[in-house]
Design a protein around this ligand. Structure first.
Ligand code: ZN
Length: 240
């Protein structure tokens, strides 16, 4: 099976469409949360994921877009974008977001947005958190996003290995547990503005990381047009 891993799309339809074209034909599309928030096209982004029959999980922005108190935990720009999202999204979009589970277990994979320990909010950014994540992982591999930075962690005989796929974008999967983060489609934060995604090939036993260019200026214009904070447009150009 060839499985496309998309995370943190953040209502950036232009980036999603460029990635979908680059992905081509796959057996399954999985999204790892934060479908909405920050970006200007939440309804069309969700519709495109429906068209792709994408499975997946909810992120912290998706949870906040569905209501509840979590919105108070966001920084002012993110919060303004979420308030805007709540105002504009169609009932069908809201319904789709509300149906997303926080965790999906499909052996040998577990899907979460944040970490296997705390599926919606926790960032896997250190060996300590990676270690706790492996302790909570019920399958061999964990698929997650949330940091907006492509990354892999591997548990090798009790030792935590940090693997930066930007050097070698191919990882052979074996019996050693891994946490695989494709990076962000809609708002990369690793200094590379191109959309980030990954491809799992279960027959070959590989995960490969990819980058795809899209029309950043068009999305920036749409963000400004919607009256969303200018910073959300600016950061797309630098991948920060
Ligand atoms: Zn995100």
């Amino acid at each position: 099976m060839r499985i496309a891993l998309l995370s943190d799309i953040h209502a950036n339809l232009c980036a999603l469409d460029a990635v979908a074209a680059a992905v081509g034909s796959v057996d399954q599309v999985l999204q790892l949360g934060d479908v909405v928030g920050y970006g200007p096209e939440p309804d069309a982004t969700v519709q495109r994921l429906m068209d792709l029959r994408a499975g997946g999980v909810r992120g912290n922005h998706d949870a906040a877009a569905c209501g509840g108190q979590e919105i108070e935990w966001f920084n002012p720009a993110a919060r303004r974008a979420l308030e805007w999202t709540r105002r504009v999204i169609a009932p069908a979009t809201l319904g789709w977001l509300e149906m997303l589970p926080s965790r999906v277990v499909e052996p040998p994979f577990t899907l979460v947005h944040g970490s296997p320990r705390e599926p919606t909010w926790e960032y896997v950014t250190s060996p300590d958190v990676a270690s706790a994540s492996f302790a909570s992982l019920q399958t061999r591999h964990g698929l997650h996003g949330h940091t907006h930075v492509p990354m892999a962690w591997r548990l090798d005989a009790g030792r935590i290995e940090a693997i930066d796929p930007r050097g070698t974008p191919l990882l052979h999967l074996d019996e050693r547990p891994t946490l695989l983060n494709p990076g962000s489609v809609g708002q990369p934060r690793d200094g590379d503005p191109r959309a980030a995604w990954a491809l799992l090939d279960t027959e070959a036993g590989t995960c490969t990381w990819h980058r795809t260019s899209y029309d950043v200026a068009a999305v920036q214009a749409a963000i400004r047009q919607a009256g969303l904070p200018a910073w959300l447009a600016d950061r797309l150009a630098v991948g920060a």
